[in-house]
Design a protein around this ligand. Structure first.
Ligand SMILES: *[C@@H]1O[C@H](CO)[C@@H](O)[C@H](O)[C@H]1NC(C)=O
Ligand SMILES: *[C@@H]1O[C@H](CO)[C@@H](O)[C@H](O)[C@H]1NC(C)=O
Length: 283
């Protein structure tokens, strides 16, 4: 009897594994020899030349559907600065917001470059840039199209928020670091898994703006609002909203810091770990 149970369990586990493997939505680029490598490219979007970088995982395999993670730079930043990383003691970010070392080679990174070093998204042109990048990269590389993510700091957070509003069926989750509504919110009525972090001492984009962005997805995702508003302690404080629709969590991290993607608890810059924890819950 016990053996039969064990066998049944083993079969169930195997079946679940197979179902999971089948459930990955393999993009048209799966099986192709990759035509993109770790470098800068240009594409035309609405008649304008737009630049972006690609970063492949080590030992890229064309038969493995990878996560696709967009990393948007801040105002005055650039795609090149996201690739290189910037002095984190002066408000800069780690390369690709610190995610590659955590991702265990499970992700392809896309780093778009903004017009005038920002994401004004005039007439939706930056969302169109995103659409074209998703299509192009999915055609050339093996992507799990259910696992497309976006993150960014400040204007890059605003752009990630704009994508959550306008492309809720494309982005699985976003991580908005010290954002505000600066790139618009076309649509904005559908649920999207949402991670936000903000500093109460933010002197550039105040914390109430960050809370407003969060609250749109607290509503859309059907989560229970938290009252009173969470406050930072000696370290950052993480709130996981309850009651959200299955698959649409909201996590909020409040800290005492200023406008900075690289705030620390002790020696640890906490945005990368929090973002990766949030993104990697989807598989
Ligand atoms: C990293 O990925 C490899 C290959 O997919 C896997 O075998 C390994 O267990 C992963 N390591 C960790 C720490 O998750
Ligand atoms: C936060 O910033 C917004 C936009 O600049 C401004 O309208 C609002 O009054 C500010 N709120 C607080 C509490 O400072």
């Amino acid at each position: 009897m016990k053996q039969i149970l064990t066998l049944t369990t083993a079969l169930a586990v195997l079946l679940l594994g197979l179902l999971n493997a089948v459930a990955a939505e393999s993009s048209p680029g799966c099986g192709k020899t990759p035509s993109l490598r770790n470098q800068q490219y240009t594409m035309t979007v609405n008649g304008k030349q737009r630049q972006y970088f690609i970063k492949l995982p080590d030992n890229y395999s064309p038969t493995r559907p990878y996560r696709l993670i967009f990393t948007y730079h801040q105002l005055g930043g650039s795609a090149q600065k996201i690739v290189n990383g910037e002095d984190t003691n002066r408000g800069g970010a780690l390369p690709y917001y610190g995610l590659p070392p955590l991702s265990n080679n499970s992700a392809i990174f896309v780093v778009p470059n903004g017009l005038n070093n920002g994401w004004a998204n005039q007439g939706g042109e930056d969302v169109t840039f995103f659409d074209q990048l998703v299509q192009h990269v999915s055609n050339e590389l093996c992507v799990d199209t259910r696992l497309i993510f976006s993150t960014g700091f400040s204007y890059g957070g605003a752009m990630s928020f704009a994508l959550a509003c306008a492309r809720p069926n494309v982005v699985r989750a976003v991580a908005v670091l010290s954002g505000a509504q600066l790139s618009g919110c076309q649509g904005g009525t559908q649920p999207v898994a949402y991670y936000g972090q903000h500093g109460t001492a933010d002197s550039v984009l105040n914390v109430s703006g960050g809370r407003q962005l969060r609250d749109r997805f607290v509503r859309n995702n059907g989560c229970t609002p938290v009252n009173p508003e969470p406050q930072p302690g000696a370290t950052s404080v993480k709130t996981r909203y309850q009651g959200c629709k299955e698959g649409y969590p909201v996590t909020w991290v409040i800290h005492r810091g200023d406008h900075n993607p690289s705030e620390r608890d002790g020696n640890t810059i906490f945005a990368p770990g929090n973002t990766w924890e949030f993104f990697s819950q989807f598989s």
